[in-house]
Design a protein around this ligand. Structure first.
Ligand SMILES: *Cc1c(COP(=O)(O)O)cnc(C)c1O
Length: 375
């Protein structure tokens, strides 16, 4: 909508509402689940909620939802096999969680070098810049996983510096998962004792705990993790969860006191609505229902991949991922279906709300445009 009519603001809002309703069906390239119902929460908009501060510390301001925030942290930590000594908070999204992870890692190791991959989300480069960190970008293997040999080589060149690893637990573009065990073997082999591992699990962080991985992800194997709330779960307001070990934050408390703040959260005032949203989302369903939804996403991705292949479109998926990759289509297609392009590839993501009928329509279009295009 251009030139908004503010003389009749209700009409203008209605028009915007209809436009968004129409657009919703055509979002296929981005991981935001649109299937949710939080209408039970609408009455909470009457309060000026504010979750300022550390959710684990009782505070005098009572218009907050800290107990819900703690419960969400506990639920996700449990998915990662950690039942106690957990610290965390609800962020504005995966980006803030990555920034917090890098900030805490650097607080532990001020001279630490950050190792991340060329397929890491751009929020990682942003956080490196914000924290003025030294870093090394490592190339990826053909599936998007970090190249372990290159990582080892680069670490060996900086033998005396602490290592801060930014592991991708599902890259944005291909859903590739960096292998934490392999990374730890490299650290042992290179005799690195001072290290910090942060996992960026924005989208796949709530998928993998419901998959039957040969080695389930375990928070005790790394230091912190960042997950987005508006991606797999879905939320009208972007949000995320940052989780670490209590001891990891306790160790840097003197540093935090130095900057005259009693908590490790990044923002001052924090919204109190998203903890309610995530809390509703996780308690509206049972574990088995979550598992079913996640499995369905992956089955749908395999369906889309196979159907594309049958129609002569080169397509592939990574294991445990609802991301379907294929050759970059025309810009009309990208725009029409909100497909995400990257270099010469593109992807769609089979979120819970994406129907088989929409996938079929999209593939029909891909075939049509392919036949129309000259190459
Ligand atoms: C989406 C994404 C992010 C950023 O998350 P926001 O919630 O959009 O801030 C970070 N890392 C990965 C791997 C992502 O896919």
């Amino acid at each position: 909508m251009e030139n908004l009519d503010f003389t009749n603001y209700r009409n203008t809002l209605e028009e915007k509402y209809s436009e968004l309703k129409k657009n919703k069906e055509f979002i296929t390239g981005y991981p935001g689940n649109q299937n949710f119902d939080y209408s039970v929460l609408s009455k909470f908009f009457e309060f000026a909620l504010n979750n300022i501060g550390d959710p684990l510390i009782q505070c005098n301001f009572t218009l907050n939802t800290h107990e819900f925030e703690r419960d969400v942290i506990k639920f996700i930590a449990n998915l990662y096999k950690k039942e106690s000594d957990v610290w965390g908070y609800i962020t504005n999204g995966g980006t803030e969680g990555n920034l917090t992870g890098i900030h805490i890692g650097r607080s532990h190791y001020p001279t630490g070098i950050i190792y991340f991959s060329s397929h890491s989300h751009y929020s990682v480069a942003k956080a490196i810049e914000l924290t003025r960190s030294k870093s090394k970008c490592i190339p990826v293997l053909s599936n998007g996983e970090i190249d372990y040999n290159e990582l080892e080589q680069k670490i060996s060149e900086n033998n005396n510096e602490p290592v801060i690893i930014l592991a991708n637990i599902g890259t944005t573009m291909t859903g590739a998962i960096d292998n934490i065990q392999k990374i730890k073997e490299i650290l042992i082999k290179q005799k690195i004792c001072n290290y910090y591992i942060h996992c960026d699990a924005a989208f796949h962080g709530l998928i993998l705990p419901f998959c039957n991985l040969p080695t389930p992800l375990n928070l005790n194997d790394f230091h912190s993790i960042s997950v987005s709330g508006h991606k797999l779960i879905g939320s009208p307001i972007p949000c995320g969860v940052f989780i670490t070990h209590q001891i990891v934050v306790d160790k840097i408390k003197h540093y935090i006191e130095y900057i005259k703040s009693g908590d490790c959260t990044i923002s001052g005032s924090r919204n109190g609505i998203t903890p309610l949203i995530l809390w509703c989302a996780i308690h509206q369903k049972t574990y088995d229902e979550f598992k079913y939804i996640v499995q369905e996403c992956i089955i749908k991705a395999e369906y889309a991949r196979d159907k594309m292949l049958q129609n002569g479109i080169h397509a592939w998926t990574n294991q445990y991922s609802p991301i379907v990759l294929f050759k970059k289509p025309s810009s009309e297609m990208i725009k029409k279906w909100s497909i995400a392009p990257y270099e010469n590839i593109a992807h769609i993501i089979t979120t819970p709300n994406l129907s088989y009928a929409t996938i079929d329509k999209l593939i029909d279009d891909l075939v049509l445009y392919k036949e129309k295009s000259v190459d």
